[in-house]
Design a binder for this molecule. Structure first.
Ligand code: AMP
Length: 500
């Protein structure tokens, strides 16, 4: 495809958007998706497709290459995950889809979403990223694998070592493509694509359409369909934005005042540097306000723990640098506070896009100092609106307000995890013994299916680790299987089985 054709397709795509939205299909059932996928969507409470899903699902089902530009929080992960999970053949042992993400956290988050959508089909969705044992990933890849999600560096390492096999790939998703390029992953992405069979469908998703993406589209994609989701403003209409014009010295007191008076249920507080994140965490700590922190110097495991604690509501306030801004998906995040105004207009959109997601409303409050006014103007031009200025209340915090705030901090609103919706439908059993005792998925499946009243239909994904194996059980058969395992042998031994 040449440049003019690409530009023409983008133009046509803009014209078509309205027609699509008017005449589009309203329920997931209209896409002729398989029963297990429809059931997972119902459990996840995805009642109807979002605008991007309405446009993307039919294109992927047709097997066309695709370039989709869509703002964050629009449901774009599910837009590709739904048709891909639908099309995956469970029987095939080698990966059929590869999803590339620019950061580890994103890879985990997207992998999790795909896993939930494919869960009723027992799809295996390993996530590959650096900083984690290559050998353990290798071991996982030797088991049945349906969809691999990962960051370019580690995915490429596995491809080069032959531990990740590309020959059965039917789909490759390049997600957050603009970020992938700005972070310098272009050469790795190209090299990965050179391993992918020609006929595989290539899907590229990006928050913005940039010229840097065009050569890649030209070289690797076949007549891609273009989908451009334009919102009236770059930031979602569900986000109430405001600015406080402040001096550097005023910021901390203002933040504390806002937290106490507004009592946000949950907030991400963004700083320009990791040093500032650390300083702010210490200062809030001195005021007895607990926070979590996220920045590039914090090791992977700690970052994952913090993200998990923030997601399920054990941490209310998370202070972060931009590392955490892109794509980070937290249910019902009520507030984003830009303690330092972002260094680019795009970063503003990504940061505030953490709230007001998926039809929820959210508040985005930004502090702007005199030095940051020019970036504020650039940002306002970019988002197509002036951000309303808020005035600091001219009164002290009352004792009642302070008391109410600390009471509010004590209440832990532990949020329901996505996985919880499958509880009752799918139960996991942990069996003592795994890789070290040479247990294999085939042995386990065979043994479980030999139990009276248990069939292959009742067994979901089987994950073998070093000394334990996790088996998903459907149709309320977990107790029956646990009881049966207490008297029968598996690879020559009676193994402990625990229902999780
Ligand atoms: P994303 O843009 O992929 O980051 O998705 C934003 C959020 O919307 C995620 O929490 C998804 O789980 C959720 N979501 C995606 N599709 C739907 C849908 N059709 N209905 C309700 N929620 C959805």
């Amino acid at each position: 495809m040449n440049q003019n054709q690409a530009d023409q397709s983008i133009h046509n795509s803009k014209k078509n958007q309205k027609n699509y939205e008017k005449g589009s299909l309203e329920s997931f059932a209209s896409y002729e998706l398989s029963e297990p996928v429809l059931k997972a969507l119902a459990l996840l409470n995805y009642k109807s497709p979002t605008p991007i899903q309405k446009r993307v699902i039919p294109v992927i089902k047709k097997g066309r290459d695709l370039v989709a530009v869509s703002h964050t929080g629009s449901g774009k992960t599910a837009a590709f995950a739904i048709p891909i999970c639908d099309q995956i053949r469970w029987e095939e042992n080698l990966p059929q889809a590869l999803v590339l993400e620019p950061a580890r956290e994103l890879a985990c988050q997207v992998g999790e979403e795909i896993y939930h959508i494919g869960r009723n089909k027992a799809l295996k969705v390993p996530v590959l990223y650096g900083g984690f044992s290559f050998d353990k990933q290798d071991f996982t890849l030797r088991q049945k694998t349906h969809i691999v999600t990962g960051t370019p560096g580690r995915v490429l390492e596995h491809l080069k070592m032959g531990t990740l096999k590309a020959e059965k790939l039917e789909y490759v998703v390049i997600d957050e493509a603009d970020l992938m390029f700005s972070m310098g992953f272009i050469d790795e992405v190209k090299e990965i694509l050179s391993y992918v069979p020609d006929h595989a469908v290539k899907l590229l998703f990006s928050a913005t359409m940039e010229d840097s993406l065009k050569p890649l589209m030209k070289e690797y994609m076949k007549k891609p369909e273009f989908i451009l989701m334009e919102s009236k403003t770059v930031t979602a209409d569900t986000i109430k934005q405001s600015i406080y014009e402040v001096s550097g010295e005023e910021k901390f007191d203002l933040l504390l005042e806002l937290l106490i008076k507004e009592k946000p249920a949950s907030a991400m507080i963004f700083c320009g540097t990791k040093e500032m994140v650390n300083v702010l965490c210490r200062k809030l700590g001195k005021e007895q306000v607990p926070t979590g922190i996220l920045h590039g110097d914090i090791d992977q495991e700690e970052r994952m723990k913090t993200i998990a604690a923030f997601r399920d509501g054990r941490i209310r306030y998370l202070i972060a640098t931009d590392v955490a801004a892109r794509g980070f998906d937290v249910e019902n995040l009520t507030h984003v506070i830009n303690y330092d105004f972002p260094g680019s207009k795009e970063a503003y959109v990504h940061r505030v896009g953490r709230t007001g997601r998926n039809k929820n409303t959210g508040m985005a409050i930004s502090f702007v100092t005199a030095d940051e006014q020019s970036m504020r103007k650039q940002t306002e031009n970019y988002i197509g609106m002036e951000i309303p200025v808020a005035k600091r209340a001219n009164r002290e915090i009352t004792d009642e307000e302070r008391k109410a705030f600390f009471e509010h901090l004590k209440v832990k609103e532990v949020k329901k995890k996505k996985a919880d919706v499958f509880r009752g439908e799918i139960t996991t059993i942990m069996i003592g013994g795994g890789r070290k005792s040479k247990l294999r998925a085939g042995d386990i499946l065979g043994t479980l299916c030999s139990i009276d009243g248990v069939t292959g239909e009742d067994i979901g994904a089987i994950e073998i680790r070093d000394s334990a194996t996790y088996v998903e059980i459907r149709n309320n058969k977990a107790k029956k299987i646990q009881t049966a395992l207490s008297t029968m042998t598996l690879k020559g031994k009676v193994r402990k089985a625990r229902i999780l």
